[in-house]
Design a protein around this ligand. Structure first.
Ligand code: IVH
Length: 674
């Protein structure tokens, strides 16, 4: 006889299973998490403890049954209840239109409308899940479409795959099909881990997903960041559905994640338009898609169209060019950056990647190159993701031609100075602060970043540099049109245009951006702005001590020291004078000055966490009323605003200097919001 205690334990276990399974669905299917990870973990642990004490309570759909079991020696072959076809592909707009035409002809009824469902074509691997009375019984790879491998234990570890269907569980057998894939973030993390463990990285997310799913030890699969999207059903006893669009809704209702970007459209024009839009948006996703799957929506129409050699006439895969390719690594070149860092890059045998010819790709640093086993002469995998510079992922296979490990040069390729590698840093550096590379890179950064001069790009700057026409920012502002006209690629119009834009930038680039363009190590957009706002002109900045610079929001002692050092350097000061003489702005403009307001002239410091605002928010509000907000307390500070867990040193300093201390409510009153 079951005691009431076991009954309640059983009830609690069932409740925990329900909560945890709902949480997984909320996360994977609805993309609306209903609990924090920590809460999930706590409830999960409670269920584990319950099941350990009462093994009879372990249900097949318990989320604890996803952890994986150790090796079985070989995957059992298994026959799908209904075959898994494959798709014919099309690669052009015309081919899509021609296919749609053929579909209409075959359907043959004048005026019959055809709707299409479009789904991203996930680059992973197709699997077949068999549910019996709503509970996952078996999961298999596609294999040859008729017979696959039974990888149930591995599939059970994937949290996006429901172990039991949500909602009403259909009696009988249902096959659910979809794609197992590895998100890009997980793929990158996995490769970093593999490399750190001295193992070979996986060449692409698809291989990574396939490899993870074919692990003999499912605890390894469990550790891999795999996910799943359902896109169709095979055998489906007791389930009535009219088409693909309805099927996707049915899948979601039963706890299966479906891709959120699936769409139903009613014309071929829209189909083509979506295929083009999606190719552009491809790079924004955290998973790889290699095209769009187009399906005729209505099952009745699908049946009339039928299939040819297992490839349905009612569907096509619109495929884009792949984002990875294999090519020969001809040479490893070195570029010395504007901070002196030596950046290796790959010179490649030109190859098409995602529709663009690529002949250069980035490499990280010496250690990374050798860890991955990349050698000159090897065939390597090149990957392009969106607009970013292509990367060399690793060697393409075990057959290597390259014989030598890569070594950074011992001397700077540009100035000959001996290269250093600071302790604990991955990058090699040229320590020569007068190294020409720094000047060149500073110039390139200037026209592309702070000054944003459209008519002069990297290539022009390189040419100007090579011809000796511009070796510093100051040179750029002395350029004449005739000098540009002598360069390849410049005509009357483009030269006039470029000079006009350089001219405009002379007066228009605000002080903070000029500071940014000076290329002071560690100073980015935000810090340059804070410096400009705080000191208001370059003379005040030149006169400032490191301690005074450290008062600026965002600065610590090291950065402050670096800034002071930069301005203490004679050559740098000469450059500032030269640029000032040429008309560049070294004084804060209107937008960089504290606003006039009731708090003008006062200076506040904020420490600790505030309840009502973020720190930036509080700073912005104080500044809007004319106050300055700085980083460190001094006798000049008007007040120290103290939140939760304030910094001890700021508090002590304020007490010593008798600086008033403000609570959050006092701050609210000050802002007129109490
Ligand atoms: S439907 C009859 N839908 O593309 C085949 N496939 O050859 C029906 N794929 O093996 C497949 N995303 O691995 C379908 N939304 C999607 C898909 C998709 C990716 C893969 C799948 C299949 C291959 C087509």
């Amino acid at each position: 006889m079951a005691s009431s205690k076991t009954t309640t334990t059983a009830a609690r276990a069932a409740e925990l299973r329900d909560i945890l399974n709902s949480a997984l669905i909320a996360y994977h299917v609805e993309d609306e998490p209903i609990m924090e990870d920590a809460a999930y973990d706590a409830l999960f642990d409670e269920l584990v403890a319950l099941e350990e004490e009462h093994p009879e309570l372990v249900a097949p759909d318990s989320p604890t049954q996803r952890v994986g079991a150790p090796a079985s020696e070989r995957f059992r072959k298994t026959r799908h209840l209904s075959p898994m076809g494959s798709l014919d592909k099309v690669t052009t707009d015309e081919a899509v239109a021609k296919w749609a035409d053929d579909v209409r002809k075959r359907l043959g009824r004048e005026g019959e409308s055809v709707a299409y469902v479009l789904e991203p074509k996930i680059d992973g691997l197709a699997i077949n899940l068999t549910y019996r009375d709503g509970v996952l019984e078996q999961g298999a790879t596609r294999g040859d479409g008729v017979e696959g491998e039974d990888v149930t234990a591995n599939l059970r570890t994937i949290r996006a795959i429901p172990l039991a269907m949500a909602g009403d569980r259909p009696a009988g057998t249902v096959e659910v099909r979809g794609e197992v894939y590895m998100p890009l973030s997980g793929f990158n993390a996995l490769n970093e881990r593999l490399v750190a463990e001295d193992k070979k990285p996986t060449p692409n997310p698809r291989n990574a997903a396939a490899g993870s799913l074919r692990q003999k030890d499912s605890t390894i699969t469990a550790s891999r960041p795999l996910s799943f999207w359902a896109y169709s059903i095979g055998v489906h006893e007791g389930v009535e559905l009219a088409g693909q669009w309805e099927t996707l809704a049915w899948l979601r209702e039963h706890g299966f994640p479906t891709n959120p970007f699936a769409e139903r459209v009613e014309s071929v024009e829209e189909v083509v338009e979506r295929c083009v839009t999606w190719e552009k948006r491809r790079a924004e996703l955290d998973y790889e898609i290699d095209g769009i799957v187009i399906k005729v929506d209505a099952y009745a129409q699908q049946e009339r169209l039928g299939a040819l050699h297992g490839r349905p006439r009612w569907s096509r895969a619109f495929k884009w060019a792949p984002l990875t390719a294999v090519t020969r690594l001809k040479q490893i070149m070195i570029r010395v950056g504007r901070t002196g860092a030596l950046n290796p890059w790959a010179l490649l045998e030109p190859v098409e990647v995602g529709g663009v010819t690529v002949s250069r790709a980035t490499l990280h640093n010496e250690e990374d190159i050798n860890r991955k086993g990349i050698r000159v002469g090897d065939d390597v995998i090149v990957q392009r993701a969106g607009d970013v510079i292509p990367q060399v992922v690793g060697p393409a296979g075990p057959h290597r031609r390259g014989t030598k490990e890569f070594r950074m040069p011992s001397h700077c390729p540009l100035c000959g100075t001996e290269i250093v590698k600071p302790e604990g840093e991955a990058m090699h550096r040229c320590p020569n602060r007068a190294c020409p590379s720094r000047g060149l890179e500073t110039l390139i950064a200037w026209v592309e970043g702070p000054a944003d001069i459209d008519g002069v790009g990297e290539q022009t700057v390189r040419t100007l540099w090579d011809k000796g026409l511009a070796r510093s920012l100051a040179d750029l502002y002395r350029l004449r049109k005739e000098q540009l006209l002598e360069l390849d690629g410049f005509g009357e119009i483009s030269a006039t245009n470029a000079i006009e834009q350089i001219e405009a930038s002379r007066q228009q680039v605000p002080f903070s951006r000029v500071l940014l363009g000076l290329n002071i190590s560690g100073i980015g957009w935000v810090l340059a702005q804070n410096l400009a706002r705080h000191f208001l002109n370059v003379d005040a900045l030149i006169a400032a001590t490191p301690d005074e610079i450290a008062e600026v929001e965002g600065f610590g002692a090291d950065r402050a020291e670096a800034v002071a050092e930069w301005f203490a350097d004679e050559d740098n000061r000469a450059l500032v004078e030269e640029l000032r003489g040429l008309g560049l702005r070294f004084e804060a403009g209107e937008e960089e000055r504290p606003r006039e307001g009731p708090l003008t002239g006062s200076t506040y410091v904020i420490t600790g966490t505030l309840e009502r605002f973020s720190r930036d928010d509080a700073q912005a509000r104080l500044e809007a009323l004319g106050a300055k907000v700085t980083n460190s307390v001094s006798a000049k500070t008007t007040g120290l605003v103290v939140g939760e867990e304030p910094g001890a040193s700021k508090l002590t300093k304020a007490q010593k200097a008798e600086v008033p201390i403000l609570s959050e409510s006092a701050l609210l009153a000050l802002l007129g919001e109490s």
